[in-house]
Design a protein around this ligand. Structure first.
Ligand code: NAD
Ligand code: ZN
Length: 341
């Protein structure tokens, strides 16, 4: 089969003919139709410090996908050939303290497809049946293929109390833009979205932001919208230190900051001023809750209140991987998709 491979330590991917994966008794084989390209893939493509410390080439890249089940292992009971599916890309041990207390999203033994084992930028992928998520007939392969980053946004938004809330979203990359639509559907009373990039702010507006602002305009916009109090909830979705400080400054006393964005280096906080004496709660987001987030996502999509389609801005065949990576690096794209089959 054709696959995008990280062949050796160093920049770039190569398209290769590789053997089709062989499934174990508890796995299924999925024919990949659509796959999402993400910032993590860019780190692996560039072979930056994170990627070279974590990944062991050669492996097939990619972790966001949807497709059809074409083969099931002998122990699999609830997935069948022909099922339309996507999958949770974090493969957990299922046995540890965290997994057995409903917190698999922070399982210390997590292996991620396309990072720690072969991924989905390929014609076929093998997945444990427990990770498979069935797609409702009303949900396309394309939307199925972006359940992973959309799930990050659902997890971040819906572990805060959104109905009626005033919400600031710092960072309108694909995940921030999804979060705008989710907060709108979940009944936020005011959504202020901030970014430095006008194209991304335009997408945030299209997804339902009440106010779109640059970071320099955010302080005044929040003060205006909240009578000077600060917002109930901030979703920090940039990972940029200035935005993290701004998130802590603009949340109201007793409010909540959901931290999704990942800074590239340690950052310094004035804890008494920025956190303790404001009495705020900070929640660190890892992946998607298994499987609360997945159920919520399916229900929102089926209800039709949240439409992620405008977030998808670029579609490429897998062979155009250099162009796909360049589109993400441009900073202007929403979600970038590979059309595989
Ligand atoms: P992205 O990098 O495309 O989006 C970040 C956005 O922040 C960009 O649009 C950028 O213009 C904007 N930005 C830059 N400076 C800003 C500022 N001062 N104020 C407001 N916005 C600013 O990323 P994405 O794919 O949407 O992911 C968002 C973040 O979430 C990244 O840091 C990513 O690494 C992280 N992430 C975390 C998890 C997790 O499980 N915690 C999962 C996926 C991604
Ligand atoms: Zn575990």
């Amino acid at each position: 089969m054709k696959a995008l491979v990280k062949e050796s330590a160093g920049p770039g991917f190569v398209m290769r003919d590789v053997p089709e994966p062989r499934i174990r008794d508890d796995e299924v084989l999925i024919r990949v139709r659509r796959a999402g390209v993400c910032g993590t893939d860019v780190h692996i493509y560039d072979w930056d410090a994170w990627a070279s410390g974590r990944c062991k080439p050669p492996f097939v890249v990619g972790h966001e996908f949807a497709g059809d089940v074409v083969q099931v292992g002998s122990l699999v009971t609830d997935v069948q050939e022909g099922d339309r599916v996507t999958a949770e890309g974090h493969i957990v041990d299922g046995r540890c303290l965290l997994c057995r207390t409903g917190n698999s999203h922070v399982c210390p033994y997590t292996k991620i497809i396309g990072v720690d084992r072969d991924g989905c930028f390929a014609e076929y992928i093998a997945m444990p049946a427990t990770n498979v998520w069935h797609l409702d007939d009303s949900i396309s392969y394309e939307i199925g293929g972006i359940h992973d980053p959309m799930g990050n946004a659902f997890h971040t938004a819906l572990t805060a109390e959104i109905p009626g809330a005033t919400v600031l979203i710092t960072g309108c990359g694909p995940i921030g833009i999804f979060a705008v639509g989710i907060c709108r559907a979940a009944g936020a009373s005011r959504i202020i979205a901030s970014d430095v990039n006008p194209k991304r702010l335009a997408l945030a507006k299209q997804m339902g932001a009440h106010d779109i602002v640059t970071p320099a305009e955010a302080d005044a916009a929040v003060k205006r919208a909240t009578d000077g109090l600060g917002v109930d909830v901030v979703l920090e979705m940039s990972g940029v230190p200035a935005a993290i400080h701004q998130a802590l400054a603009l949340v109201r006393v007793g409010g909540r900051v959901q931290m999704l964005g990942i800074p590239s280096k340690p950052i310094e906080l004035d804890l008494p001023k920025e956190v303790i004496f404001k009495g705020i709660t900070i929640y660190g987001v890892v992946g998607r809750r298994m499987y609360d987030t997945w159920h919520q996502m399916t229900r929102f999509l089926k209800a039709g209140e949240f439409n992620p389609e405008p977030v998808i801005t670029h579609r490429f065949p897998m062979a155009d991987f250099d162009a796909a990576i360049a589109a993400i690096k441009s900073g202007d794209a929403g979600k970038v998709i590979f059309e595989i089959a």
